[in-house]
Write a protein that binds this ligand. Structure first.
Ligand code: COA
Length: 538
């Protein structure tokens, strides 16, 4: 493989201005994540101390092996929603290392409204289960929750992808043979009671942990019976009498130690063998990506410069370099794992779509994970391109992306618009993980373009009626709200708050995150033995 030769002038004014702009965005991101971690009321902190419970972060610290990375999923979920205080959707989730093994953790934060489950908390729970199922990762649930956040119950309960789906999935995950371990570290009320109930093994903390379908207030209201939480569903009840729980823990630390022992006892994972090499860092500093990525999405740049700062030794074997040049495809290694990379270098044409389709098939056949660096305004439009068949060539690419069986990973590094989002493995195409860079934008199309379409539609209508086109003032009235909505709802923070992605990344850390994610994905068999596609429209 050849080393990519950079053409970037790190002393140029443009580079410096880009660098400063991205650095500021990364600093904002750091502050946002810190706020999500630490912004808790004094009252909630005092209540936790009084109950002798550890904070959710301390629990994770004790659960994980020392000095190992934690790949947090969606730390900014629900940002700006509800009362703007339901940080991370009230639950800390991610992939960590327990007794040398990758596991996915989902832990309620009791300092956020008693760990109750908001609609976005349900969405996050479902996402975590999807990750567990796709990557065959054991799930560890640390439950400390008042169940459904009752004022929003209609958004949590009735539909197919609401709360009930979590327990349905638990049954499916159990059938798949993926271990599910639950620590009962606070109340597991109502819906939350089913999380331990549907788990394989339950560790129950004395004094603070309790499981019941209806809590003491409900029991009092329904039956007039006065009981404490401990009498109703404490560790003694469930470890000695009901048999709901399997292990008795003296306190939080003991509970986490027992969970570690359970994980240690699991049969070792059979990780897929994809031919790993000795990892080596890129020869160019990944932080230089800051200066490479332009400040405006309208300005193009060579994605090879980003690849050069992401892959081992900056080495890249480019496939069909001279054909379909608006999509760069090629092979490289990331932290020693072989990958096939597809990165946009402009709008997608028929040639670039055909090239992508062939490249995806090759990677899929060979069992090489796919990495999509998505920065795409869409497929080319126009009479000439329709005649050549851009729609059917785009279809081939979308078809291949949808049905490729190797693990797929997507990083939205800039624009994510229209069908380009589909072809470059957007969320609906089931990449194992999808992240955004802080500068990224997502939508059917940009705000100006959407406004332009709406104004044209209106003017065409008026023309049909024999009326003059919209006056300037009316054009403004149509354009402004559409552009404002696209800006508000098309940015990376809005996306991550809604969990359209798994988090916003510091571009310089993308390589490390990809390494962790690929490693986690290899817990599941590669399945390229079931290689095959639908019918390609020729
Ligand atoms: N829905 C909405 N808010 C809830 C809630 C629920 N199910 N349960 C608790 N809260 C809120 C409380 O109003 C309080 O809000 P505040 O901080 O604005 O005052 C906050 O969560 C903490 O509750 P508090 O009771 O002070 O804390 P705690 O640590 O002593 O107990 C619970 C937490 C969750 C164990 C306890 O509040 C409880 O038992 N809640 C009811 C659980 C229930 O019956 N759920 C049925 C759901 S299907």
């Amino acid at each position: 493989m050849e080393v990519i030769e950079t053409k970037i002038d790190t002393s140029s004014q443009e580079y410096r201005e880009n660098y400063q702009a991205m650095e500021a965005m990364v600093e904002d991101l750091r502050k946002e994540v810190e706020l999500a971690r630490n912004d808790r009321s004094e009252k909630a902190r005092a209540r936790l101390d009084q109950q002798n419970k550890l904070t959710v972060r301390k629990r994770l610290e004790l659960l994980f092996d020392r000095n190992t990375p934690f790949l947090e999923i969606a730390p900014l979920a629900a940002r700006g929603m509800y009362d703007k205080k339901v940080h991370s959707a009230g639950v800390v989730s991610g992939i960590g290392i327990v007794e040398g093994r990758e596991a996915i953790i989902h832990a309620n934060d009791a300092m956020i409204k008693g760990g109750t489950i908001y609609p976005m908390g349900v969405k996050k729970g479902l996402r975590i289960q999807t990750i567990a199922m796709e990557n065959h990762l054991p799930i560890i649930n640390l439950v400390d929750s008042g169940g459904a956040y009752l004022p929003l119950q209609s958004e949590i309960f009735p539909d197919a992808d609401d709360g009930g789906r979590i327990f349905y999935n638990q049954a499916v995950i159990s059938k798949m043979g993926i271990p599910q371990i639950c620590g009962v570290m606070g109340l597991c009320t109502a819906g939350a009671a089913y999380i331990p109930a549907m788990s394989d093994e339950v560790v129950h903390v004395k004094g603070t942990g309790a499981i019941f379908l209806g809590g003491p207030p409900l029991v009092l209201a329904a039956t007039g019976e006065e009981v404490t939480a401990d009498e109703l569903g404490g560790a003694n009840v469930h470890c000695r009498e009901s048999g709901v729980s399997d292990y008795f823990a003296e306190d939080d630390a003991h509970c986490l130690e027992i969970i570690r022992q359970i994980v240690k006892n699991l049969p070792p994972p059979q990780k897929a063998d994809i031919g790993i090499r000795e990892p080596k860092p890129p020869i160019y500093d990944p932080k230089e990506i800051y200066g490479i990525v332009p400040r405006s999405l309208d300005i193009t740049y060579d994605v090879r410069e980003v690849i050069a700062r992401m892959v081992d030794g900056s080495e890249f074997l480019e496939f069909k370099e001279r054909y379909g040049p608006t999509l760069v495809c090629g092979w490289a290694y990331i932290h020693g794992y072989p990958v096939g990379i597809l990165g946009n270098n402009g709008v997608l044409f028929s040639e670039s779509s055909l090239k992508a389709t062939q490249f995806i098939q090759l990677c899929d056949k060979r069992g090489i994970p796919l990495v999509f660096l998505q920065n795409i305004t869409g497929y080319i439009v126009g009479k000439e391109y329709e005649r050549i068949g851009i729609t059917k060539d785009g279809h081939k690419m979308v078809n291949a992306v949808a049905t490729a069986t190797v693990p797929k990973f997507t990083v939205i590094t800039g624009a994510s618009f229209g069908a380009g989002n589909y072809g470059m493995c957007g969320r609906a195409y089931s990449p194992r993980f999808l992240w955004m860079w802080p500068n990224a934008q997502i939508g059917v199309m940009g705000g100006e373009q959407a406004a332009g379409v709406m104004i044209t539609v209106k003017n065409d209508q008026l023309a049909r009626e024999g009326k003059p086109p919209l006056p300037e003032e009316m054009v403004r009235q149509i354009r402004e709200p559409i552009v404002a909505a696209a800006e508000r709802e098309g940015n990376a923070y809005y996306s991550t708050a809604n969990m359209w992605d798994d988090g916003i990344l510091d571009p310089a850390k993308t390589r490390d995150v990809l390494g962790l994610a690929i490693s986690a994905a290899l817990n599941a068999p590669l399945r390229h033995d079931v290689y095959g596609y639908g019918t390609f429209r020729m």
